[in-house]
Each structure stands twice: as structure tokens, then as C-alpha cells.
Design a protein around this ligand. Structure first.
Ligand code: GLV
Length: 312
């Protein structure tokens, strides 16, 4: 905010902690030259049209841009900024944390302790599978998937991955490319790191879950929509898979009475993958860099739809 204020812009800042309702956003964007958005703002063709043809840039403070209709922006010549790279390590840290917290039942054990159920040292009490020595399947070996694979080097695991295209970085990470079904069938941990697109919508559906081992753990720090959540609920209840560690949901926020949150084999976090102080500050700086570049008619340093520049 300090940078934007000193840039002498005519700023309209949404003052509430909750996101602007869509109709309100649609009213307020009329005539703006730039938009700084969060993942909670739906930026679609009607919204861009409501803004008007003077709109020069949409800058999102996030790496994922599935809330933004990129094609509609490109068609109107509007570059979309995002924040890749600066959050990969923070999300990868959280992913490893979720793997261990889920496998080793941190929250279940903690809740039992608080409720007075720690009565003795039970030989098989609160036991779970090991991360070390396991097979980890990474779906999406992009920046975040690779940061997860780097961290896993210390755990003596076998890494499988699936991606749209085999990755040039895989060998250095000791990661083996396999078809999706092989990854699902062989992994003890399946971790999602792909963007949310029409192709990845419900990639993890009832069929995919049925291929996983009954001892396997699903980790999702990508987007809720990559998983068919009802199918996941069923798989967790029926023991088709062992547990899930989830940072993302459909919808967000997930209602507190959602049945997933009542399951002992779910570790759930409120979409905090990138929520380290330093990371969020870097994301904010990048979002401002992109916004100011776009307003000045310069190429965005980090553009999610670079094809927009090929049109000119
Ligand atoms: C957060 O989910 C992001 O995409 O940066």
C-alpha cells in the first residue's frame, strides 16, 4: 500500500476484510486502468467489460490465476500479472509439514491429549506410516513440485512424478516419470502441484482414488477443484485410502460443519500454503511491480498470459 500510495495513483481500495461481492466489484471497476486482485475475486469477461476498454492490467497477488478468465483478458489485450517463484519454497515447506502431520497423526494425537485421552504409552497408539523410505508421487513437477522433490532428498524416498510433459529437471531430482495410473497405484503419498485448469478439474476422482493403496495419503496444496471432494470423502470414510492432508477445498472457506472436517484421518488447513510473513510480503511486492509496469505500458515482469504480447 505504501508503494501504491507514493505512486500517486487514484486508488480505490476495498476496505473490508471479506472480498467484495461480485456485483459490488462490477460497479467499482468501471473506468479503472489497473486491478490488483486476490484469488477470491472472480475476474471474468462481464467484469472486464464493466471495467471498460481503458483497463491496462490485472495484477494478482498469487501464483494461481484460476479465478481469472485468462483468455478473456488476452482477447482484450490485457496482461495478467501473478507471483511465481517467490512462494514455491513456502508451499513446499507446508507440503512436507502436511505429509508428516497427516501420516503421524499430529492433530488427532493433540486433540486426544487435550481431551484427557493420553492415559499410557500405548505400543501401537497413534501410529501411522513413515514418510522416510516411502514412495512419493508428485503430480505436477513445476516450480512447487520440484521444491517438494528437493526437500524429499533428505527423506530417502523414491520419487515418481506425472506431468503434461516429462521434465528436464527430473533426473537431477531423482524423479521418475510414470503414467498417472502407475503413480496412483505405486505411491504411498500422492501430492498435487498442478495448476487448476479444465484439464485438471477432478483429476483425482473416484476412479483415481480407487487406484490408490489403502495405506496411501493424498496431499493437496494446489487447488480444491483438482480433487472430486465428494469422492475423496467417500474414499476416506470407507478406508479406500488412509488419510488426506488438505490446504485447499471446494468451496473456500469450507463450512466448519463440512463432513471432511469431522474425519480423524483428515488434516485440514485454511489455504495457508504461502502464508509465511516474508513470502506474503514478496508476493505483495511482485503484485505491485506487475501493476505499476502494466499501468506504465511496460511488459509485466511476471505475466500469466504472455501470449497477450504476441497480438500486438
Ligand atoms: C495461492 O493459492 C496462490 O496461488 O498463490
Amino acid at each position: 500500500m505504501a508503494r501504491l500510495e507514493s505512486a500517486e495513483l487514484d486508488l480505490d481500495v476495498w476496505p473490508e476484510p471479506l472480498p467484495p461481492p461480485y456485483p459490488e466489484l462490477q460497479r467499482r471497476v468501471k473506468g479503472v486502468h489497473g486491478l490488483l486482485t486476490l484469488i477470491t475475486d472472480r475476474i471474468d469477461a462481464p467484469l472486464l467489460d464493466a471495467a471498460g476498454p481503458q483497463l491496462r492490467v490485472v495484477s494478482q497477488m498469487a501464483v494461481g490465476v484460476d479465478n481469472i478468465d485468462l483468455a478473456a483478458c488476452t482477447a482484450r489485450g490485457i496482461p495478467v500479472g501473478h507471483t511465481p517463484g517467490v512462494l514455491s519454497d513456502a508451499v513446499a515447506d507446508l507440503t512436507i509439514g502436511l505429509m508428516i502431520a497427516t501420516a503421524r497423526r499430529f492433530f488427532e494425537a493433540h486433540a486426544d491429549m487435550r481431551a484427557g485421552r493420553w492415559t499410557t504409552w500405548d505400543p501401537m497408539g497413534w501410529t501411522g506410516p513413515d514418510l522416510h523410505g516411502s514412495t512419493v508421487g508428485i503430480i505436477g513437477l513445476g516450480r512447487i513440485g520440484r521444491a517438494v522433490a528437493r526437500r524429499l532428498q533428505g527423506f530417502n524416498v523414491r520419487i515418481l512424478y506425472h506431468n503434461r510433459h516429462p521434465s528436464l529437471h527430473a533426473d537431477a531430482l531423482g524423479a521418475t516419470y510414470v503414467p498417472l495410473d502407475t503413480l496412483l497405484a505405486e505411491s504411498d503419498f500422492v501430492s498435487l502441484h498442478c495448476p487448476y485448469t479444465p484439464e485438471t478439474h477432478h483429476l483425482i476422482n473416484a476412479r483415481a482414488l480407487s487406484l490408490m493403496k489403502p495405506t496411501a495419503i493424498l496431499i493437496n496444496t494446489a487447488r480444491g477443484g483438482v480433487v472430486d471432494q465428494d469422492a475423496l470423502l467417500h474414499a476416506l470414510r470407507s478406508g479406500e485410502i488412509w488419510a488426506a492432508g488438505l490446504d485447499v477445498f471446494t468451496p473456500e472457506p469450507l463450512p466448519p460443519d463440512h463432513p471432511l472436517l469431522a474425519l480423524p484421518n483428515v488434516v485440514a488447513l485454511p489455504h495457508i500454503g504461502s502464508a509465511s510473513i516474508a513470502t506474503r510480503i514478496k508476493m505483495a511486492q511482485m503484485a505491485v511491480d506487475n501493476l505499476l509496469a502494466g499501468l506504465a505500458g511496460q511488459r509485466l515482469p511476471h505475466c500469466a498470459n504472455p501470449e497477450v504480447y504476441a497480438r500486438a
